[in-house]
Write a protein that binds this ligand. Structure first.
Ligand code: AMP
Ligand code: MG
Length: 321
């Protein structure tokens, strides 16, 4: 059921039940990160493979400090600059801290402090962190509204805490250190690479790669609608698909080869942040309408959050699957 009762959500989490939570990135499917039986239900509900680790969420870094080794200086700087917010940190975990079930056996644990006020309030009522991946069946588009969660996981989740539409609408950026101490962006997301480099100087960036099972946010086929989606070279793709019913996703300019009513522009005001926040909802809407045989999209400007939009389009696209 969908509701706005933060105390009820907290009580359910304390009992070891699942609760879907609103964040500024996407809706999460939360459970007590220190309770293995509770965490197991996340994997079950999402049909998520055990090798894909979860991000833990807290409202204050002090609350989880006893579970991790000391935070390295560059990550501390980023934490001070962007938390609460859509930035996730890979921290070395202490031996008896977070279970291998949460971290898929990795020596690091992913930690985020979400900024959404409803979830901040919820987390403030808990003395444990919650593990929370996106609240969608594994591999599908992440939910950006409470109703999206209800549509797909309503049966498995006793309570969906409604916090409205997600502000960023794309998952968090994930940062960590390489073996030799350099900052690496493991997944592009809500905080741009330019913003990160503004604080710690040049960073390494992981591009989409299937051969990196250690960072499954890097799984290339992900965030995918069931309708095939083709990105770039739209003119060629449209002629290859002739006779098919095609929807178009673009930034703010119509595609002159397709009927206007089949076009979905993500930001008339040419605002990448607005486009990002609409992307998943539009993909989901097109998929569920079952009106289209294919979706054709243009690449977005490759700057700021545009890089994360392009990353998600690339991973959703048919050529990758
Ligand atoms: P989701 O919350 O569904 O976006 O998924 C969480 C993602 O965070 C995973 O798919 C991984 O990419 C990433 N992640 C979580 N923990 C770790 C970790 N310890 N090392 C690397 N990546 C991680
Ligand atoms: Mg996910």
């Amino acid at each position: 059921m969908i509701g706005q009762d933060v105390k009820r959500a907290a009580a359910l989490l304390k009992e070891g039940a699942l609760v879907a939570i609103p964040t500024e990135t996407v809706y999460g499917l939360a459970a007590n990160a220190l309770n293995d039986a509770a965490v197991a239900q996340i994997f079950e509900a999402k049909d998520r493979p055990a090798y894909d680790p979860l991000i833990i969420h807290t409202d204050q870094i002090e609350k989880i400090q006893h579970l991790v080794e000391e935070i390295p200086a560059p990550l501390k700087k980023l934490l001070d600059a962007f938390s609460p917010g859509p930035l996730t940190f890979l921290l070395r975990k202490k031996l008896d801290g977070i279970s291998d079930q949460v971290t898929a056996g990795l020596p690091t644990v992913a930690v985020r402090i979400p900024a959404h006020p409803v979830t901040q309030e919820l987390l403030s009522l808990l003395d444990f962190p919650v593990a929370a991946p996106s609240a969608n069946p594994f591999g599908y588009i992440s939910p950006t509204r409470a109703q999206h969660v209800a549509d797909q996981l309503g049966e498995q989740v006793p309570y969906i805490l409604d916090g409205g539409n997600c502000d960023f609408g794309l998952e968090s950026t994930i940062v960590g250190l390489t073996e030799d101490g350099q900052v690496r962006v493991f997944r592009k997301g809500g905080i741009s690479i330019e913003d990160i480099e503004g604080i710690v100087g040049p960073v390494l960036v992981n591009d989409v790669s299937a051969s990196n099972p250690k960072a499954p946010g890097m799984l290339k086929s992900h965030y995918a609608p069931k309708t095939p989606i083709y990105v770039g070279q739209t003119s060629k793709v449209i002629s290859n698909l002739s006779g098919k019913k095609i929807a178009y996703i673009g930034f703010n300019m119509l595609n002159f080869e397709l009927p206007v009513e089949d076009q979905y522009l993500l930001s008339m005001g040419f605002d990448l942040k607005e486009a990002a926040s609409n992307l998943f909802a539009v993909m989901r809407q097109l998929d569920q309408s079952k009106k289209y045989d294919a979706i054709v999209a243009d690449w977005f400007p490759d700057q700021g959050i545009g890089k994360a939009i392009n990353d998600r389009l690339r991973r959703a696209s048919s050529e990758f699957q």
